[in-house]
Ligand binder design. Structure first.
Ligand SMILES: NC(=O)c1ccc[n+]([C@@H]2O[C@H](COP(=O)([O-])OP(=O)(O)OC[C@H]3O[C@@H](n4cnc5c(N)ncnc54)[C@H](OP(=O)(O)O)[C@@H]3O)[C@@H](O)[C@H]2O)c1
Length: 307
């Protein structure tokens, strides 16, 4: 463990003090990774009880985002959307009220890039630097430190905290100014949404024509057209195992943002709009808390395969 701690670069001769705001599925997984590699963490979550499972790993739990900011150099936010980031940043006892020299915020949530730029500007007006640091990969990948990170914001500040980001992810891509990383993340989540839809319709079609969906997966996974999803999530999907690593309602949120962002750029995408409608209908009809691959259950129902 010592080798891990010593390789976190010092800031002004001191170890980097890290805080995390948001202890949902992803926040908890990133916290677990950092704790397991010897880091000390100060954490806050709006719903207090969600932190209890991490207490045995030695987190310091505090009462407000302001408290996290006061005791951290780098505050990672991993919350639902831009409204949630604004709430923890500028709301009651928000991060800005705990500001001090060299405080940096790294927003790991998936949010609207336009909103992210305006949040970064508001932070800057308060003397706080914000980076966008969205990630690809689920909680199991995060616990192993194998996320893929995309970075937007000051390159200089990225270099300062690069060692911390290297504990969180196995690959990091610096993309440019604030908002750039969130924009790239949306293009990537569009892939996830579409692959889950294609896989779900393939499985449903196979069942509809009376063939074994397990054979469908075996054949697909023997070809160039296999994906990580068809290999890792596919076997769970055909067993109706939709335990969430990334909820269907969160995917709907991302498809909303993709279409909002496209609209702001005077672009329109038929597939992204249709995907948004399908995931939204599923969210509104009782499938919201399933894993995003639970879109299969919705498609089986709406296709007429299952009543
Ligand atoms: N799960 C993944 O695989 C994954 C992968 C990449 C990126 N992400 C992104 O990471 C972020 C978190 O996702 P998740 O899967 O961890 O979701 P989650 O389990 O639903 O957690 C959501 C978190 O946001 C907090 N939150 C929501 N609204 C808030 C508000 N108004 N004020 C303060 N906190 C608020 C929640 O607090 P409460 O506990 O109080 O509700 C919780 O900590 C999302 O932007 C998501 O798109 C997730």
């Amino acid at each position: 463990m010592e080798k891990y701690i010593s390789s976190v670069i010092p800031l002004n001769g001191m170890s980097v003090r890290i805080g995390i705001i948001g202890m949902g599925i992803m926040g908890k997984a990133v916290a677990t990774r950092l704790l397991n590699t010897g880091h000390k963490l100060t954490v806050y979550n709006r719903t207090r009880e969600k932190i209890e499972s991490l207490e045995s790993l030695g987190v310091t739990r505090v009462e407000t985002p302001k408290d996290v900011a006061e005791s951290s150099d780098l505050v990672i936010t991993v919350v639902k959307d831009a409204m949630a980031v604004e709430a923890v940043a500028f709301g009651n006892n928000g991060i800005v009220y705990g500001k001090h020299d060299n405080l940096t915020v790294a927003d790991m949530s998936t949010i609207n890039p336009i909103a992210s730029r305006s949040i970064a500007k508001r932070f800057m007006e308060n003397g706080i630097i914000m980076m966008d640091t969205p990630v690809m990969g689920g909680p199991k990948v995060a616990e192993k430190g194998e996320l893929v990170l995309m970075i937007g914001g000051s390159r200089e500040i990225y270099e300062v905290y690069k060692n911390v980001f290297d504990f969180i992810g196995s690959k990091t891509f610096y993309l440019g100014d604030n908002g750039a990383a969130h924009a790239m993340k949306l293009a990537l989540n569009l892939q996830i949404a579409m692959i889950a839809l294609a896989l779900s319709e393939g499985i449903t079609f196979t069942k509809g024509v009376g063939l074994d969906p397990e054979l469908f997966l075996q054949i697909l996974n023997s070809t160039y057209f296999k994906t990580g999803m068809s290999q890792n999530k596919g076997p769970k999907m055909i067993k109706d195992d939709f335990e969430a690593t990334f909820t269907l309602k969160m995917m709907t949120k991302d498809l909303d943002i993709i279409n909002e962002t496209a609209k702001a750029l005077n672009l329109s995408f038929s597939m992204a709009s249709l995907a948004d409608k399908l995931y939204r209908d599923a969210t509104n009809n009782g499938f919201a808390e399933l894993d995003y691959t639970g879109i299969l259950a919705f498609i089986e129902k709406t296709s007429g395969l299952k009543k």
